[in-house]
Design a protein around this ligand. Structure first.
Ligand SMILES: *[C@@H]1O[C@H](CO)[C@@H](O)[C@H](O)[C@H]1NC(C)=O
Ligand SMILES: *[C@@H]1O[C@H](CO)[C@@H](O)[C@H](O)[C@H]1NC(C)=O
Ligand SMILES: *[C@@H]1O[C@H](CO)[C@@H](O)[C@H](O)[C@H]1NC(C)=O
Ligand SMILES: *[C@@H]1O[C@H](CO)[C@@H](O)[C@H](O)[C@H]1NC(C)=O
Ligand SMILES: *[C@@H]1O[C@H](CO)[C@@H](O)[C@H](O)[C@H]1NC(C)=O
Ligand SMILES: *[C@@H]1O[C@H](CO)[C@@H](O)[C@H](O)[C@H]1NC(C)=O
Ligand SMILES: *[C@@H]1O[C@H](CO)[C@@H](O)[C@H](O)[C@H]1NC(C)=O
Ligand SMILES: *[C@@H]1O[C@H](CO)[C@@H](O)[C@H](O)[C@H]1NC(C)=O
Length: 410
């Protein structure tokens, strides 16, 4: 018992002693100095290149494996974002500079020892120009692979007739838009033609302008072209007799097939009923609920979903039509119809034969049969009869008949 108490006492003494030691240890740890000479180079269209000096002796840098932590925050945001650990004292990033942005960096030892991370060194980049001159409602659409249209409304306070200028870039130098237009809603726009946009590279944009009477606040945008592309519609849409619809995704994209989502619209042509079906990943769909006895048409459209979400649906594809096949019942109906027609035909034929005389024999016309009686003998039957009897026929019989005929001519 005494032994156990002694043991516990020693244990507590030891644990207290060790916990006493740790504050001693941490008290010896000091902050690293923060980086200095934080500077930036304007790479245009909102892209900035930052550089700084660690402000630490090379010996400490290597011994404690010092790295840098970078973070940024727009003036209108609550949170610091894009926190990233860097080995080299430089970083490159594109911002929507019209919002104003703060950027900060610090030195961080990554090997334990007597130093802990430094305080932040902060740089503020305020926007320039009058906010009322900033364009509003800016949006872009990429279409047919490499074309792009961007539109915007002029700021409230710009003098009438001020034309904004748009610049864009991907990998290389900024390009000035040359084809401006005004759309049906009165927005100003810039059209960028064929082969101008690489859909695998982010696009940076700046819309600015100048006017002697007012300084225009530049607007900056950055986006992934695949997310604002209105894809060409799916093609080769087919409906097979087993009600399987198949199609092909728009061609020419190095995007994983699984990223494309589709909408099918089925229209029952006689009722004008419309149904929409959603399909992801697959380029086929079995119309389980469709009634194979009805005529319908199907069309398909697409957008990216899952891996990335694109903003716009494509146009609808061409329609594929489904005509119901002749069913078993239909065949019997046709067969019965043919039998009825054949029987009816036979019946008509019998009736026709039986009443043929009555029906089609012309009514005898005495005027025709007794033409001579009326025309030459004025209806005198006796005279007509006399002329009708051929003379030669009665020669052998008797002469009396000849006399009668002579009398007749007198
Ligand atoms: C700091 O640590 C050293 C040994 O590394 C020690 O001699 C010194 O007393 C400590 N100083 C403080 C203030 O704790
Ligand atoms: C870090 O900042 C705190 C207060 O913000 C200051 O007291 C301290 O001296 C700073 N440390 C260094 C190493 O500059
Ligand atoms: C911005 O433009 C879209 C069409 O691109 C329109 O639907 C929307 O109403 C516009 N918003 C403002 C505030 O003008
Ligand atoms: C789409 O682009 C191709 C060449 O890239 C062109 O031949 C075709 O006319 C374009 N279609 C539209 C609707 O602009
Ligand atoms: C883009 O702008 C051009 C030129 O104004 C126009 O012909 C074309 O229809 C527009 N395309 C889209 C998808 O907005
Ligand atoms: C500047 O504004 C005036 C109207 O105040 C306008 O006539 C002129 O075209 C504008 N200049 C430019 C370069 O947009
Ligand atoms: C607009 O931006 C472009 C690209 O950054 C620049 O070359 C041009 O000088 C700017 N124009 C004005 C009036 O600020
Ligand atoms: C439906 O028909 C198509 C070809 O016409 C065939 O590829 C598919 O396997 C069939 N599906 C079923 C479920 O029978």
């Amino acid at each position: 018992m005494i032994l156990l108490i002694a043991y516990l006492a020693i244990f507590f003494a030891l644990s207290n002693g060790s916990s006493d030691n740790s504050p001693d240890h941490t008290a010896n740890v000091t902050d690293l100095n923060p980086p200095t000479n934080f500077r930036t180079v304007d790479m245009q269209l909102g892209e900035l290149e930052f550089a700084w000096d660690s402000n630490l002796p090379a010996e400490i840098m290597t011994r404690f494996k010092v790295k840098y932590i970078y973070a940024a925050k727009y003036f209108d945001a609550d949170q610091w974002e894009d926190e990233i650990r860097l080995s080299d004292p430089k970083y490159n990033h594109a911002f929507e500079l019209h919002r104003g942005v703060s950027v900060r960096i610090k030195n961080v030892p990554t090997r334990g020892g007597k130093f802990k991370e430094s305080n932040w060194t902060v740089m503020e980049i305020p926007p320039s120009g009058d906010p009322e001159t900033l364009v509003s409602n800016f949006s872009c659409v990429v279409y047919n692979h490499t074309f792009m249209n961007c539109t915007w409304r002029p700021g409230k306070k710009v003098p009438n007739g001020t034309h904004y200028k748009m610049y864009y870039k991907q990998d290389n130098a900024a390009i000035k838009c040359t084809h401006y237009y005004t759309d049906l809603d009165g927005r100003q726009g810039c059209h960028i033609g064929e082969n101008a946009i690489d859909d695998e590279e982010n696009v940076l944009i700046c819309v600015n302008g100048s006017n002697n009477s007012s300084s225009i606040k530049p607007f900056y945008a950055k986006f992934d072209p695949q997310e604002i592309e209105r894809y060409n519609p799916p093609f080769n849409v087919k409906v097979s007799p087993n009600l399987t619809v198949t199609w092909e995704k728009p061609s020419g994209y190095a995007i994983n097939d699984d990223c494309f989502a589709y909408q099918l619209q089925l229209t029952e042509l006689d009722e004008n009923n419309i149904e929409i079906f959603h399909v992801t990943k697959n380029t086929r769909y079995i119309l389980i609920n469709a009634n194979s006895l009805k005529r319908f048409s199907v069309k398909v459209r697409t957008k990216l979903k899952g891996c990335k979400e694109s903003k716009y649906w494509s146009d609808w594809s061409n329609e594929a039509f489904f005509e119901p096949k002749r069913t078993f019942n239909g065949r019997i109906f046709v067969l019965v119809l043919i039998i009825i027609l054949v029987l009816a035909g036979l019946l008509l034929r019998i009736i026709f034969r039986r009443y043929k005389i009555i029906m089609f024999r012309p009514v005898p016309d005495p005027q025709k049969k007794f033409k001579e009686l009326f025309e030459e003998h004025n209806g005198d039957f006796q005279k007509w009869l006399g002329c009708q009897i051929p003379i030669s026929k009665y020669e052998d019989c008797c002469t009396v008949v000849i006399e009668e005929s002579i009398r007749c001519e007198a």
